[in-house]
Design a binder for this molecule. Structure first.
Ligand code: PBG
Length: 323
């Protein structure tokens, strides 16, 4: 037989030589939840191995991320008090601003800090934007997003990552950053973000479940893929520096199509329920946890992601060793 694909699978050296996809710590971003007013880490029940962090415990996780050479951390802030406009989100002494300041003071360029930029953790109604007459007011929300971006950049965030899915958010944030002399701060856009049931555990973690209604008026319909490409093109045109598809696993086709239409660095968010399902199956002894996680993350990379936001980042970083 002339063609025998097995020839290249015969030993470790051959397999290593022809391996197409690689997973390295620098490609992994660990999401971290920092909570105002607690004095130690508290486990998040629906996400085994993840914690609500106090400022001090956050710094310990950041030290691990820096030592392992992870791509970075993405921070979610949970304020002590919420209100209708989510005013703690742009306060100069807000939880996420203080966290950025502390991490930058401690680790400097050893750790990339990305600030998630949304209102849902900060509003008492739990929506991602300002609500007028029971509807999210897209254009008023843009002005607030601009303020949040400037405050995060001023606090030292290396990257801002708008996740609210308001139309025009990337352009509004770019304008606000440029005006406040943060023209060098990149925007990582949650460009194609779906209205997904896979965010369930996160909403418990971030206390961000909307009090009424859902997010289907701004997040995308899981049935649509072409629309994702349109969102990516729009974010590119508005000045996004990196784009993202979210969630990851049920959307690998979208990721592959996104890879084909954009030359920007492309990320995928391996979201909370994707993490929790694996952890639950592992706790039941039904799957080989480590092998499953490495295979899933390799699959996300193979589909086209340059980098992956994943709750597995710290543990996988340990398994892979310093990359
Ligand atoms: C919004 C935001 C959400 C997630 C990241 N940013 C929740 C939402 O849109 O409801 C979900 C992440 C996850 O499930 O891991 N700030």
């Amino acid at each position: 037989m002339r063609q025998r694909p097995r020839r290249l699978r015969g030993n470790q050296g051959l397999r290593r030589l022809v391996q197409e996809t690689e997973l390295m710590p620098r490609m992994l971003i660990q999401p971290l939840f920092v909570v105002d007013g607690i004095d130690g880490p508290r486990p998040i029940d629906s996400m085994p191995g993840q914690f609500h962090q106090s400022m001090e415990s956050l710094l310990i996780s950041c030290a691990a991320a820096a030592d392992l050479g992870l791509g970075g951390v993405i921070l979610f802030g949970i304020p002590a008090s919420k209100d209708a406009t989510g005013s703690q989100s742009w306060a100069s002494n807000g939880i996420i601003q203080r966290a950025c300041q502390r991490i930058k003071a401690e680790f400097g360029s050893r750790l990339l800090v990305i600030a998630d930029l949304c209102l849902c953790e900060y509003t008492d109604h739990g929506h991602c934007g300002l609500v007028n007459d029971g509807r999210i007011d897209n254009d008023q929300t843009l002005e607030i997003y601009g303020r949040i971006a400037a405050s995060q950049a001023a606090a030292g965030a290396d990257v801002v990552a708008p996740s609210g899915m308001m139309d025009g958010q990337v352009g509004a944030i770019r304008d606000a950053l440029d005006q406040e002399h943060f023209s060098q701060t990149p925007i990582m856009a949650y460009a194609a973000k779906y209205a997904s049931a896979f965010y369930g555990p996160f909403r418990e973690a971030a206390a961000s479940t909307p009090r009424s209604g859902d997010r289907r008026s701004h997040q995308m319909d899981p049935a649509n893929a072409r629309e994702a490409l349109r969102e990516i093109r729009l974010d590119e045109a508005q000045g996004a520096d990196m784009v993202m598809v979210k969630p990851a696993l049920a959307y690998l086709d979208v990721l592959a199509r996104a890879r084909a239409v954009t030359d920007l660095p492309l990320g995928a968010y391996n979201v909370s329920a994707e993490y929790s399902m694996v952890k639950a199956a592992a706790q039941l002894g039904w799957v080989d946890e480590r092998a499953i996680i490495l295979e899933l993350l390799t699959g996300i990379r193979r589909a086209g992601a340059d980098f992956i936001l994943t709750y597995h980042a710290l543990e996988v970083g340990q398994w892979l060793g310093h990359g």
